[in-house]
Design a protein around this ligand. Structure first.
Ligand code: NAD
Length: 349
């Protein structure tokens, strides 16, 4: 790498800290500017990470010619407008998950991205775990054969991230546990399955705790509670793909399960099965079922994700998590929400 890559970060909270730490571990990369509407967190984060320029309006930060790339680390409803503004300002962009509050909104990025000729990536961090990459390699080598079913869950017993905050207000978040947590395991599993085209979706959603003010998490950030809760605290869905495969997903912020949380991705193929995380494989060897537990060293998934984004910029590579992937994932989540509302299955166009 020769030329220095200068970064601007929008949003100065926890996700931004992970991006900043990732950038600061790389040679020839400088986090030059930070933006947040909250002056307190802005100055605290800028001081902690030694970021020279601060802004309270992202339009002002985007005027800096020396900034090459932007990390969007703000609440969901700001992702699309801030991604588009950054692309229009001629910057490469990495955007936190979920891409947007709906597939329709996500599609607004297509034009500006094409026009900008810049790199765009969605921060689907789970793809960057060593065990995810190892399993992807095994799948590409056909070790599992044809993967025709997957079963995934991201369940919390009491983990609503701030009742009355933007998280629980549909117009700001796009939804509840599915769009917030489910997107992690849905993206990872769909990618491992080879990104098949979704065709039919059936889903259900429930809100049994949030509307009663119950099961708020102890890490809730929201101070300005409006008490709005118009999203789900449990979702379930079945997605059928064009290649005949199907996927079952369950997500919750609040549910009567015995552990604090249960998170897993199970994939079933004709020649083997796999479970994450930790990675376990089921293979028949000489007619006997064998459970294999590969010893894969853990890595810092945020560092890996940021390293990949910078590598794409510097070496003109296509990011692993594309806009097309993001739109497909949004369509699957939209489908679950729509089906839950109508009580009927949804055909994906
Ligand atoms: N990848 C992960 O594991 C992970 C973890 C947590 C959150 N996230 C994602 O990161 C995003 C932010 O999450 P969060 O809100 O909990 O983080 P947060 O509250 O820690 O930080 C968000 C920051 O954005 C700032 N902000 C709000 N409006 C702004 C604006 N118009 N301009 C500039 N800054 C603004 C807030 O003041 C806040 O400091 C969400 O989309 C969430 O899904 C991802």
């Amino acid at each position: 790498m020769s030329k220095q890559v200068n970064i601007g970060v929008i949003g100065a909270g926890w996700p931004a800290w992970q991006h900043i730490k990732g950038y600061q571990k790389l040679e020839n990369v400088k986090v030059l500017a930070l933006c947040d509407i909250n002056k307190e967190i802005l100055s605290k984060t800028a001081k902690e990470y030694n970021i020279p320029k601060t802004f309270t309006k992202c339009e002002d930060m985007l005027k800096l010619k020396e900034i090459d790339a932007i990390s969007v680390c703000t609440p969901n409803f700001l992702h699309v407008p801030q991604v588009i503004a950054s692309l229009n300002a001629g910057k490469h962009v990495i955007c936190e998950k979920p891409l947007s509050v709906s597939a329709e909104e996500a599609c607004k990025i297509i034009g500006p991205l094409k026009k900008s000729k810049k790199k765009f990536m969605i921060a689907q961090v789970k793809r960057f775990a060593n065990e995810s990459k190892y399993l992807k390699k095994l799948i590409n080598n056909n070790e599992l054969g044809n993967i025709y079913y997957s079963k995934i869950k991201y369940l919390r017993r009491a983990g609503i991230p701030g009742i009355g905050s933007w998280f629980t207000t549909k117009k700001y978040s796009g939804g509840g546990s599915l769009i917030d947590c489910g997107v992690h395991v849905l993206d990872l599993t769909w990618w491992l399955m080879g990104c098949p085209k979704p065709v039919e979706i059936f889903g259900s959603t429930y809100a049994k705790f949030g509307p009663k003010g119950l099961r708020d998490s102890n890490w809730s950030v929201s101070k300005d509670r409006t008490k709005i809760f118009d999203v789900e605290d449990l979702s379930t869905g079945i997605i059928k793909f064009e290649n005949g495969a199907s996927l079952f997903i369950e997500t919750s912020w609040a549910m009567n399960i015995k552990e604090d949380s249960q998170v897993s991705c199970l994939l079933y193929g004709t020649d083997g099965g796999a479970e994450l995380s930790p990675l376990k494989l089921l293979k028949y060897i000489d007619d006997c079922p064998n459970c294999i537990e590969p010893k894969i060293p853990e890595n810092n998934i945020f560092d890996e994700e940021i390293k990949h984004f910078v590598d794409c910029i510097v070496n003109d590579k296509k990011p692993t998590v594309t806009l097309e992937h993001g739109i497909r994932i949004m369509k699957m989540m939209d489908g679950i929400y729509k089906s839950a509302k109508t009580g009927k299955s949804v055909t994906v166009k």
